[in-house]
Design a binder for this molecule. Structure first.
Ligand code: PHE
Length: 466
């Protein structure tokens, strides 16, 4: 399915190409759609007061995330190598320094850190496939679901075992290099996920506090919007779109020259946003109807969803199917989290793909135990943002990814010559190109800088100064 040469110009590649535009869209969609939409969006929205947060999140997705995603694909395709080497090469060609490879390197590190906790939560999803299949959700009430979550997170052995299983599966797929085959399965997964979410929406509309849920998500109350929430909304936009760490760049390196980057990025961003919003609409009516705490954090969906499945017709069947699909969505995201590191190792150290995947996977697996223990043995050991997991999540989503994104916009908008981006985006130099260019040169970098300044309290100070 993968060709080695597209014969369409552009730099010659060190590796194969996606067989079609669709294969690439599916790969990036598989990367973007995952726990970020189903698990993280509802819980972060819950912790940050809903409506106003969601509004900022949407602004960040379309105003900052979309242009950065296009920039990342553009850089990957122009460099045609792993993100570290692509950025070194382009940096040298366009800006005279190879130091831009730092973008790639920070992405490799971010991928390690993110996957280490991502795998732990994905492990819970896998545990829930079996719990649902065993009928554990049947007739559940609020107290029962809380016990259900506690019995899982309270045991480091159980959480650790599921984490091990998930990492094993990820390494297996990446090592065998069959991930391209999985993209075909995304064609089924994403629509199936949407169908079950719509089904769940039906349940939330009839049995939940639907109006309250809608109000919570879409009625902005700006008094609830702290500087920290704005940063969280921006971080979530980066996390959910898989941008700022070279993952989309790594995939862009396999993209044939003639594929339209703007159209591709736009469809991925829309699908991702739709799934996140749908997930929020499913969760909150159930949370409010059952007196659950919207600020419950990472446990939120693991409490709310069993209530829906446990009390709807054929809930055991749909619940099992749903968690299987989410598990699969998490797997396609996990694969993409490893891609920059694996591609980099293979291209730089002449190791085989299999060996690189196993070694990288092992390091991430060990690191993951910090997050496994965050819920039990080390749950009282908190610093800075909270537990180890909270800190890893905060550091990566709210700091590393936006910083990576900032550097990408600076490179694409200010360092790279205009002709290069005109040629890669291939939409002429008309309005669409201009819009991208303004967003990339001014809007996105400024937004990131302002949100950072705001978060550390310097923005107010600066405003007062003028
Ligand atoms: N976007 C993925 C999700 O929403 C997570 C991810 C982040 C994947 C960064 C790759 C890079 O689940």
């Amino acid at each position: 399915m993968v060709q080695t040469d597209n014969g369409k110009g552009g730099r010659s590649s060190l590796h194969g190409f996606w067989s079609s535009r669709l294969a690439f869209i599916l790969a990036v969609t598989g990367s973007a759609v995952g726990l970020g939409n189903i698990w993280k969006f509802p819980y972060i929205a819950g912790q940050n007061g809903g409506g106003a947060f969601v509004l900022v999140y949407l602004l960040c997705v379309f105003g900052v995330g979309l242009p950065i995603m296009m920039s990342e694909v553009l850089l990957g395709r122009r460099g045609r190598r792993n993100p570290v080497a692509s950025m070194a090469l382009l940096g040298e060609e366009e800006g005279g320094t190879r130091s831009w490879s730092l973008i790639g390197l920070s992405g490799v590190v971010a991928g390690f850190l993110i996957l280490s906790f991502y795998s732990v939560i994905a492990g819970w999803v896998f545990a829930y496939i079996f719990k649902s299949g065993a009928g554990d959700f049947a007739g559940a009430d609020a107290e029962q679901v809380k016990t259900l979550v506690q019995s899982l997170e309270g045991s480091w052995l159980a959480t650790g075992a599921w984490h091990t299983l998930f990492m094993g599966l990820t390494v297996f797929v990446v090592a065998r290099g069959v991930e391209r085959g999985l993209e075909v399965a995304v064609t089924l997964m994403v629509p199936a996920l949407i169908v079950i979410l719509v089904l769940l929406l039906g349940y939330s509309m009839t049995s939940g506090e639907f109006e309250m849920g809608v109000r919570f998500l879409f009625e902005p109350d700006f008094s609830k919007l702290s500087a920290g929430s704005v940063l969280a909304a921006m971080g979530q936009a980066f996390f959910t779109l898989s941008i700022g760490m070279g993952c989309v760049m790594a995939y862009g390196a396999y993209l044939p020259q003639e594929t339209s980057i703007p159209a591709t990025a736009f469809s991925v961003v829309c699908a991702d946003t739709a799934i996140a919003l749908l997930s929020g609409l499913v969760i909150f009516p159930i949370v409010f109807a059952n007196g659950l705490d919207p600020t419950a954090g990472p446990e939120l969906i693991f409490q709310a969803l069993p209530l829906s499945f446990g009390n709807m017709p054929f809930g055991t069947f749909f619940g099992t199917l749903f968690f299987m699909l989410v598990g699969f969505a998490a797997l396609t995201s996990a694969i993409s989290l490893m891609e920059p590191a694996v591609a980099w190792a293979v291209e730089s150290f002449s190791v085989t793909r299999a060996r690189a995947s196993v070694i990288i996977g092992l390091i991430i697996w060990v690191l993951g135990f910090l997050s496994v223990l965050s819920f039990n043995v080390l749950s009282d050991f908190t610093f800075w943002q909270g537990t180890f997991l909270d800190n890893l999540d905060y550091l990566t989503s709210n700091i590393m990814l936006p910083l990576g994104g900032l550097m990408i916009t600076v490179f694409c908008g200010w360092v790279m010559c205009r002709n290069a981006s005109v040629a890669e985006l291939d939409v002429g130099a008309g309005n669409l190109y201009q819009a991208w260019r303004i967003l990339t040169r001014f809007v996105a970098p400024l937004a990131v800088v302002l949100v950072f300044l705001n978060a550390i309290g310097l923005l107010d100070w600066l405003i007062a100064l003028f």
